[in-house]
Design a protein around this ligand. Structure first.
Ligand SMILES: Nc1ncnc2c1ncn2[C@@H]1O[C@H](COP(=O)(O)OP(=O)(O)OP(=O)(O)O)[C@@H](O)[C@H]1O
Ligand SMILES: [Mg+2]
Length: 441
């Protein structure tokens, strides 16, 4: 309601804070009220007497004279007692209500208040002020609260107004609390959904990376298998060529046939075993088991030594500790070792022949025990990792190699396997004339 078309009601605003007073004045003016201001209770009571406002709105805490005292003065004065007084209070204790009743205030506006509640309270008080004039004074009541006794002379309507205004505030706060609670519940649900989505996305991404790294490994495996097969295939091919000669020279007796058959079967058996070994290695381990680290390392070295030797790189097992077992996934552990030795091989091949770098590649794999913890290391003489990238090598898709050959996920996967799946640690450093990767178990 904009109070339009009527004679402007005059409101006396008693407030010591200039900012608060100006804001409130503007608000009241926008609702077409005439506003006069006073900066403390004493001045308020003097001005009130002078201008006889339709309503007084007063702050409580003010210098010189506070709002309660001013209200008491006004309500005691015969000519002014009918002017409704609204107190602006924070209502921090029940004493505030008692003080309000005691001083005869007509209404409370509890800070912080909304524009709507303030204006509707003013309208209500102005509309009922005539009725109030005829509502005789109530009987005095003595009220004890805590250690103090108060004398309440308020009218019934005033008591009701005050109680309703505090009750309204409580209801309003309760509603706000409920709204906030609903907002929190909704927010929580959104957050939970996001966490689930994010987890699913991460798992999908990790799954994809595992798949990609498997494919990359498979490429390396096929090279290794091809290399392992070369020797037996050469033997079989030589035997096949020999069959003609043996026939021409009449050497093809039973004994000759048995020897050819045994040699071929032996080579085929070797070839089958190679494939079985590699396939078994690619299969992920199902459960965490106690496995022999020494055996796992030796198996890897046995499978890959011939292939590495072809590139003039020696794979050396330096096992300082005996009986080194750990709980984890053995095949994944072997995949990590393979990633590390493949990286070492790449580094050696890149630096080989350059000044200051040895011609012979060397990769040492070993296990030591430190402070009750096992430490598996893979060290090479490939020149090491440049200091400006050493912090990034475990990031997914970080590579310094040709992009069509490498994806840069070997170390990311290795760390995921070692740290997330096994709960161990994988770190890198430069040592001697190359890099050293360490798995702390
Ligand atoms: N032993 C090492 N010596 C020197 N640099 C290394 C060594 N191991 C890793 N790096 C560096 O870390 C980078 C990341 O290695 P990572 O195994 O994650 O990826 P990649 O070998 O480049 O590619 P991918 O393994 O996917 O084929 C390498 O590109 C290389 O620059
Ligand atoms: Mg790699």
């Amino acid at each position: 309601m904009l109070n339009e078309g009527k004679e402007k009601s005059k409101i006396l605003l008693v407030e010591d804070s200039m900012t608060q007073a100006t804001l409130l004045k503007r608000l009241l003016q926008s609702y077409n009220y005439d506003v006069v201001m006073a900066d403390n209770g004493l001045n308020g009571s003097i001005i009130a007497k002078e201008i006889m406002p339709s309503l007084i709105i007063s702050d409580v805490n003010m210098p010189v004279m506070n709002g309660y005292e001013m209200c008491k003065l006004i309500k005691k004065s015969e000519e002014m007692s009918n002017i409704p007084v609204i107190l602006l209070t924070e209502l921090s204790s029940s004493d505030d209500i008692i003080y309000g009743l005691e001083c005869g205030a007509d209404n409370f506006i509890i800070k912080p208040y909304t524009e709507k509640s303030l204006i509707s309270r003013i309208d209500y008080l102005l509309a009922t002020s005539r009725i109030r004039k005829s509502d005789g004074a109530g009987m005095g009541i003595e009220l004890s609260l805590g250690s103090k006794t108060y004398m309440i002379n308020s009218e019934k309507r005033q008591i009701l107004n005050l109680l309703v205004s505090t009750y309204e505030k409580t209801i309003d706060q309760n509603r706000q609390l409920k709204e906030k609670e609903q907002e929190l519940i909704a927010l929580n649900a959104v957050l939970e959904k996001r966490v689930l989505e994010e987890t699913a996305r991460r798992m999908e991404k990790e799954q994809l990376l595992v798949q990609q790294s498997k494919m990359a490994e498979m490429g390396g495996m096929i090279n290794a298998i091809a290399h392992q097969w070369k020797q037996p295939l050469n033997v079989i091919s030589a035997m096949a060529q020999d069959l003609d000669d043996a026939f021409d020279y009449g050497q093809m007796d039973k004994e000759y046939l048995v020897s050819v058959r045994d040699t071929i079967l032996k080579q085929v058996e070797f070839m089958t075993r190679t494939v079985d070994d590699f396939c078994g290695f690619l299969r992920p381990s199902k459960d965490k088991i106690t496995f022999d680290i020494k055996k796992s390392i030796e198996e890897i070295v046995m499978m890959f030594s011939p292939y590495f030797r072809k590139s003039d790189i020696s794979l050396n097992v330096i096992l300082i500790e005996e009986n080194v077992s750990a709980i984890g996934y053995p095949n994944e552990f072997k995949q990590v070792i393979l990633n590390l030795i493949n990286n070492a091989k790449d580094a050696i091949e890149l630096t080989r022949g350059k000044t200051g770098h040895p011609a012979d590649g060397r990769i040492d794999i070993g296990v030591t025990k430190e402070g009750g913890h096992l430490r598996v290391f893979v060290a090479d003489n490939g020149g090491g990792i440049a200091e400006d990238i050493i912090d990034r090598i475990f990031e997914p898709y970080f590579t310094t190699k040709e992009l069509h050959k490498s994806m840069g996920i070997g170390l990311y996967m290795s760390r995921t396997i070692i740290e997330n799946h096994m709960g161990w640690r994988l770190t890198a450093a430069n040592a001697g004339d190359g890099a050293e990767f360490v798995i702390e178990i």
